[in-house]
Design a protein around this ligand. Structure first.
Ligand SMILES: N[C@H](CCC[C@H](N)C(=O)O)C(=O)O
Length: 278
């Protein structure tokens, strides 16, 4: 029989939204525990648990909870739409409610559970100023001076969106890191390749800053929908077909709403040896 006595460490949940996967640590009622070193160690898919982002829940004085995001390379992310939806599902179930508010680096956000079971979050207004995104210099974010005429949009984190005839044909593993580290992006960037399927539908593949290729990306879906609507390619309500499933974006007056599925996969405990890497 396994010696469970050695596994007395920190509890966590594994969740995903359309295959964008997360470790969730609930630090309400105690101090935050995540460090860059712990995020890197846990994010290792061979030696740790593995995730695209780690989300840590904290107590909040002004909303139902606060949420911090970490990438698997140990860096911080200012926004993560899918982890926000997953954690809101968790907190709504815990509180027996269908609506919650939270505070992220972006500010106060609101989320609701729809009749269809999907969880939607208002990700706020898109950031369109070069200095907010941020870009390294004062160029037009709608048409960056890069080959392929990409657009930059901030959703609390930076995104660089390319519209291409066929997203499937893009060598994402090569183009992603090249753009992520381009000097135009002082804080690096998430990278999107989108192709138009219909006026309300885009095929989208994403290279995430600090995490690499992911099966879906909520803030990337929002940023892509904003860029597509601004270029007149789509309306303001769009379905994004990602590798791991479909996300819906509705750019309303009060902000960019992101909807999609959420799933809880398992709960576990970190061993003391793993925690010692924090
Ligand atoms: N998967 C996340 C985005 C993570 C963004 C992160 N890679 C960054 O450094 O900004 C989402 O659903 O929005």
């Amino acid at each position: 029989m396994m010696d469970m006595g050695t596994l007395t460490g920190l509890g966590f949940l594994k969740m995903h939204g359309a295959g964008n996967d997360f470790v969730v640590i609930d630090s309400r009622g105690r101090g935050a525990v995540t460090t860059p070193a712990l995020a890197r160690a846990l994010g290792d898919r061979n030696r740790g648990v593995g995730f695209d982002q780690l989300a840590e829940i904290r107590d909040s004085g002004e909303a139902d909870f606060e949420l911090d995001f970490w990438n698997s390379d140990g860096s911080r992310a200012g926004a993560c739409g899918n982890a926000t939806r997953c954690v809101c599902d968790l907190v709504m179930r815990g509180l027996g409610r269908d609506a919650v508010s939270l505070v992220t680096a972006r500010g106060r956000l609101h989320a609701v559970r729809g009749a269809d079971g999907l969880v939607s979050v208002n990700m706020g207004a898109p950031q369109r100023l070069w200095s907010e995104i941020p870009l390294a210099e004062a160029v037009d974010p709608a048409h960056l001076p890069l080959a392929g005429d990409p657009a930059a949009v901030g959703m609390g984190n930076p995104h660089c969106i390319f519209f291409v005839p066929d997203a499937e044909a893009v060598d994402l593993a090569a183009r992603g890191p090249e753009i992520e580290h381009h000097p135009l992006f002082p804080q690096r960037t998430n990278v999107e390749f989108a192709s138009l399927v219909a006026p309300d539908r885009l095929r989208l593949r994403v290279w995430e800053r600090g995490a690499g290729i992911t099966l879906a990306c909520g803030s990337g879906a929002c940023a892509t929908a904003v860029a597509a609507a601004e270029r007149g390619l789509t309306g303001r309500r769009v379905t994004l077909e990602m590798d791991g499933g479909r996300l819906e974006v509705d750019w309303r007056k009060d902000g960019v709403w992101l909807s999609g599925p959420v799933a809880t996969v398992f709960e576990g405990r970190l061993s003391p040896a793993m925690m010692a890497q924090a």
